[in-house]
Design a protein around this ligand. Structure first.
Ligand SMILES: *Cc1c(COP(=O)(O)O)cnc(C)c1O
Length: 399
């Protein structure tokens, strides 16, 4: 009897063309994009071996693809973590961490100055799930100690606060959390592991929006949580149940971004320091926040916790308030007005009308966000070109 499988019809050949074996004794130099929703197994034993973790292999895109796996290994190593899980966005990583590690009746203590998206998730979703959420200014260590008198599962801070760029005392916060039996989680997006590694300062978990500096080219969305395997496995299961993985191509783009991460971070931070110094000396600028400036309230702490620079973000306030901001933004040519940070292109945002728009003016004031405040994220353009653009826009802001 002829072997039917040896002579498939044209239709079947077309459908299964991608499954034709390609024998090779070589490996690709650049990582392929594993654009597949699932994997096939030669037999049931192989699938069982993969499911119980005895065999290496992949099952289904939402559980994780080779591109996720590669990126996880790289990011865990960069943060000095045992392991990591990558997700579709920074918020996906934050949500899986919060929901994966807490139960109704437990409590989370978070910095008042925490990233706005994190704050909304804590207030509007985690609280609805029955977790008590309290906010405290984590720049005030006595207040944190007081806040930890009642048991808390997690203490949540950002290395650098958005948009005022205050630095959190990670070793002291880690010690307070440890003494109280809480886990310190640090959002390290603004600092990047090139400048600061929170786990080395005692944090238990570190999260990132890899959409920002780690991807670095404004073209991919992703997030990561890194830390000890026993916690990351719980968070990984949460990511899988939430469907928060993200696609292969975005993970691939972020991994490609890592290739130049140290070079990009060094360049952006050096330019940011130069621009911060010049902005601080400019008559139309009321004040500048940049941890690399000696006048920054935590400059000495930054010098201790950070290596190789202080990040790409510079926050400054125009003396002329919102009318000056409107003229300034209209006059910019190279610096782009866009709601993001940490990429190759220099971008700027106006927190009072964008990220913090929904807040009452008194709440914005409490967070240090005035109507004249702008948050600049310095990219890779020539710093003198950037300064020329900022300088002409500052001049335009006063008439
Ligand atoms: C952007 C950002 C997030 C959220 O990340 P997405 O990728 O936009 O979901 C979280 N934390 C910080 C500090 C961020 O800047």
């Amino acid at each position: 009897m002829p072997d039917q499988r040896a002579k498939p019809t044209t239709t079947t050949t077309c459908v299964q063309a991608g499954l034709l074996p390609t024998p090779s004794a070589t490996f690709p130099l650049a990582p392929p994009i594993w654009q597949t929703a699932a994997f096939t197994y030669p037999d049931l034993e192989t699938m069982e071996g993969i499911l119980v973790g005895e065999l290496p292999g992949f099952i289904y895109a939402r559980y994780g693809l080779p591109n996720h796996h590669q990126l996880e290994r790289a990011l865990a190593e960069l943060e000095g973590a045992e392991t990591a899980v990558v997700t579709a966005s920074g918020m996906s990583a934050i949500a899986a961490t919060l929901f994966g590690l807490t139960r109704p009746g437990q409590r989370v203590l978070a910095d008042t100055h925490v990233y706005r998206g994190t704050r909304l998730l804590l207030e509007q979703d985690l609280a609805r799930f029955g977790v008590r959420v309290d906010f405290i200014d984590c720049g005030d260590l006595a207040a944190v100690q007081q806040g930890l008198r009642e048991p808390a599962r997690l203490l949540w801070v950002d290395t650098l606060t958005n948009p005022t760029l205050r630095i959190r005392n990670l070793p002291r916060l880690a010690a307070l959390a440890r003494a109280a039996g809480a886990l310190l989680v640090v959002d390290n997006t603004f600092a990047t592991p090139i400048h600061c590694r929170p786990l080395a300062w005692g944090a238990t978990l570190v999260v990132h929006s890899t959409t920002k500096m780690l991807g670095g080219h404004h073209d991919a969305s992703g997030g990561v949580v890194a830390g000890p395997a026993e916690l990351i496995e719980v968070i990984r299961q949460q990511v899988v149940r939430f469907g928060g993985r993200g696609g292969a191509f975005d993970a691939w783009l972020i991994q490609r971004g890592l290739v130049t991460l140290p070079l990009r971070v060094a360049q952006s931070s050096a330019s940011a320091l130069t621009l911060a110094q010049r902005l601080a000396a400019h008559p139309t600028v009321r004040w500048v926040s940049y941890p690399g400036l000696p006048g920054h309230p935590e400059h000495q702490l930054a010098e201790r916790l950070f290596t190789g620079g202080y990040g790409a973000v510079v926050t400054f306030e125009l003396a002329g308030g919102e009318p000056a901001v409107r003229r300034f933004l209209r006059a910019l040519r190279l610096v782009r007005f866009a709601e993001t940070l940490g990429g190759a292109i220099t971008t700027i945002v106006h927190p009072a009308t964008t990220s913090h728009r929904a807040l009452a003016p008194t709440e914005r004031t409490a967070l240090g966000i005035s109507d004249g405040l702008l948050r600049l994220s310095v990219g890779l353009e020539e710093v003198e070109d950037l300064w020329a653009d900022l300088e002409q826009a500052l001049a335009a802001s006063i008439h």
